[in-house]
Design a protein around this ligand. Structure first.
Ligand code: 3SL
Length: 246
């Protein structure tokens, strides 16, 4: 397997212009979108349908029975007006999400997903399910994989690189013949090596971690997002924009 890491989605070339598109892509937004997606699917959500655009989200959600849908998302870290819940992984409890379709839009994570949604095999990963996603990539035997960090409005995000390094490290542990295609991934692996015993510390010093802390107490989110290898869900695009455990 050859893995390339794009630390911000804005760096991903349009797939229509790439001679050999990757066989699989994995989108990461540790704080907090892809952590929330993993928790929601683990807790029994029917699926997480992701949108960059709020108008498109409302149109799709309108066609879904009110009792079996939830509108979930944030802008600049705050719950969107009129939505049922924000983007906290601790809020997607079994009581709330079991059997429900989640219509989700976030500042960066769902935009990054939109950018690579035409890749044949699309997954999301966070620290808490990185081993499960790594095993899935290995099992599927892809030749080329892109890891895409969501970043923050076009800028580098430390926590996404941490998780990209964690994911690549898990793949390399099982398959040492995996090749690292760019310096961004080498740097991400070094970051993981530096922080793997204290991931929550890394999330808290990251600029987005500080942004969240500035909005109020997010201790539950930090604790949840920093857990490593505790969930076995592999969020997988099942139909355009819809992630299910697959
Ligand atoms: O940008 C995003 O997609 C979000 O995950 C950001 S936040 O952590 O919910 O503020």
């Amino acid at each position: 397997m050859e893995i390339t890491y794009f630390h911000v989605a804005a760096d991903v070339p349009p797939l229509s212009e790439v001679a050999e598109p990757p066989q699989a892509a994995v989108v990461i937004d540790v704080l907090r979108a892809t952590t929330t997606i993993a928790c929601a699917l683990h807790n029994g959500s029917d699926g997480v349908q992701t949108f960059a655009d709020l108008g498109a989200l409302h149109s799709a959600a309108t066609n879904w029975p009110v009792n079996s849908r939830l509108l979930i998302g944030e802008r600049d870290g705050r719950q969107i007006d009129g939505f049922d819940i924000g983007n906290s992984p601790v809020d997607v409890t079994p009581e709330r999400v079991q059997g429900r379709r989640l219509f989700m839009s976030t500042t960066n994570g769902t935009r990054a997903l939109q950018q690579v949604r035409s890749v044949d095999h699309l997954h999301t990963a966070a620290l808490l399910n990185r081993r499960a996603v790594a095993n899935r990539l290995l099992k599927d035997g892809h030749q080329s994989v892109w890891i895409v960090g969501s970043g923050w409005e076009g800028s580098y995000a430390l926590e996404d690189s941490l998780a990209a390094g964690a994911l690549a490290a898990a793949v390399l542990k099982t398959d040492s013949s995996t090749t690292i295609a760019n310096d961004e991934l080498t740097a991400a692996l070094a970051l993981w090596e530096q922080w793997r015993h204290a991931p929550e510390e890394c999330l808290r010093i990251a600029s987005h971690g500080q942004r969240l802390a500035g909005l109020g107490n997010h201790d539950g989110d930090f604790h949840c997002c920093a857990q490593v290898d505790v969930l076995s869900v592999v969020p997988t695009q099942d139909s355009l924009g819809v992630l299910r455990n697959g």
